[in-house]
Design a protein around this ligand. Structure first.
Ligand code: GDP
Ligand code: MG
Length: 182
């Protein structure tokens, strides 16, 4: 911009998925550059804010909503989803059962939030704990591609909060999709 002012964008992004998949760990790694073996399972919602100098004209305030203690219900209330513009759904690559829950989380998301123009919010799937041996029950290759297409995911990244793999890339990708819609 020629006036020297940068535009500021505030984006609400949800982080959902089964308990223990690493949602909190991914958020802490991304926002605080930090990993710990143990986070207390707080009840409610944890918020984290990351300020990103996206480009010369744009500063993004990314608000990450990390659910805790409600995962066992397999769905969230509309209040939680309100005004979200994107989401990460996380599963644990070492536990196939957490992948089985992904489609259910995606359905819940799509039923409860949409963009102002009625489109689905962009959603990126994260296969977390890729530093560990993979459970063969989780799909790979063309089977994964098929799944992503059928369930209308914007993309898929293997991540490790522990080893700091894939998280920055996934966030950049999701943000680029959010900006496309904005
Ligand atoms: P949440 O319930 O989805 O928020 O999961 P947490 O972030 O609390 O993580 C659950 C457990 O998995 C913790 O013991 C973490 O230390 C561990 N964990 C999280 N991410 C990773 C990872 O990328 N690799 C490994 N090996 N462990 C992880
Ligand atoms: Mg947590």
């Amino acid at each position: 911009r020629s006036d020297g002012k940068r535009r500021e964008k505030l984006y609400k992004v949800l982080v959902i998925g089964d308990i223990g998949v690493g949602k909190t760990s991914v958020v802490k790694r991304y926002v605080h550059r930090f990993f710990s073996q143990q986070y207390r399972a707080t009840i409610g919602v944890d918020f984290a804010l990351k300020i990103i100098n996206w480009d010369q004209n744009t500063v993004i305030r990314l608000q990450l909503w990390d659910i805790a203690g409600q995962e066992r219900f397999g769905h969230m209330t509309r209040v939680y989803y309100k005004d979200a513009v994107g989401a990460f759904i996380v599963f644990d690559t070492t536990r196939g059962a957490t992948f089985d829950a992904v489609a259910k989380w995606k359905k819940d998301l799509d039923q409860k939030v949409e963009l102002p123009d009625g489109k689905l919010v962009p959603c990126v799937l994260l296969g977390n704990k890729c530093d560990q041996p993979r459970d063969s029950q989780t799909p790979e290759g063309t089977r994964m591609d098929q799944f992503l297409k059928e369930n209308e995911f914007s993309g898929f990244f293997e991540t490790s909060a522990k080893e700091n793999i894939g998280i920055d890339q996934a966030a950049r990708f999701l943000l680029s999709k959010i900006i496309e819609n904005d």
